[in-house]
Design a protein around this ligand. Sequence first.
Ligand code: UTP
Length: 406
Amino acid sequence: MNYEEACQKLKKADQLHVLKYYEELTADQRTELLAQIEATDFSALEHCHKSGNERGRFEPLGALELSEIDARREYYTEIGVKAIQEGKVGAVLLAGGMGTRLGSDGPKGVYDIGLTRPVYIFERLIENMMDVVRQTGTWFHLFVMTSDKNDQVTRAFLNEKAYFGYPEEYVHFFLQKMAPASDYDGHVYLEEKYRISTSPNGNGGWFTSMQEAGLIDYAHEQGIEWMNIFAVDNVLQRIADPVFVGATLDAGVSVGAKVVRKNAPREGVGVVCLEDGRPSIVEYYELTDEMVNARNEKGDPAYNFGVILNYLFNIHSLETLFQGKMPCHVVEKKIPHIDENGQYVKPESPNGYKYEELVLDMIHQLDTCLPFEVVREREFAPIKNKTGVDSVESARALCLKNGIVL
Ligand code: UTP
């Protein structure tokens, strides 16, 4: 793309300020900026601001509850173990996020939560995978999603740590896409005079990014039929959990979703439900009083199970039902940028928007989902903040409660 073409594209998108420093740039910097302008989809940003995400008619969707799981635990486990031994299950670690709330410099996975020994978040997750490897006698493939912002550090760290004992040939990396970040008026920020501010485009792009990286083809070659998607920050996360795998396969659904019973009617978690007859996730702030008070046939709250970002997706269902196009979520964040005077600023409080697609929106594009209840204290210790709720402190306490030496 040449300068004139860039001008035209930016003018149309009301982003001409991106060329403000063009005259000062070196030839290489100009080339880099023009290439970035060509590659950036500004229309998505504008559309995101206008559209809002309209919702359909919600109805409850019952979960497979703990008592039912316990009654059939052996049966489900047997199915799950067999599927893993047959190589049908892979795992996808979502590690492309910026972890801004935690506020550490590196990727979240390299954060050390140890007390008496180093225990890196990645290590904790791999320790959990090893439980399943021991149980099934089988290595399963791990696909790690990173972003431009943390790819090199993540790879170098895991390589230096020899993947914490996991065989390198079972670990595959792929990059997610980036999206521009803007001020509150939708004008993109510059992070350098020759570079538009970008941030990872949310965890919802994992499947498309894996397809583009050729890894879904690779999965087919390996005979993988199911992908267990999980977040980097839940340090009690069970990965390729045989009982969950077995129950999902047995139910014949397109996706299984691990859920926990809510601890308060308006707890800030997304709740699995039906929306216009298809599985979906309703956000806590979208719950009406009527939904909060609704009861199921057992007399329990009808919207009672929150997702914990651990899903088992059937690849074939994604290939046939998933349309790729996802709603866009506008998230308020702190965005470092170059100010009007050309000075680099790292803001202390939010100053604009990032634009994200989320895994939870993929559920609604599928036809069937099994919400699968797990014990919160055993499987859910997310690290979002340094202290307080969902923090390093709370996650450490839960690890210790589960007998994990930190
Ligand atoms: P969060 O929504 O908690 O985002 O991610 P985050 O970027 O880690 O943290 P904050 O909001 O900036 O503090 C949930 C999971 O999705 C992954 C994260 O790495 C985490 O495992 N994620 C998030 C991605 O892989 N890519 C993204 O673009 C965003």
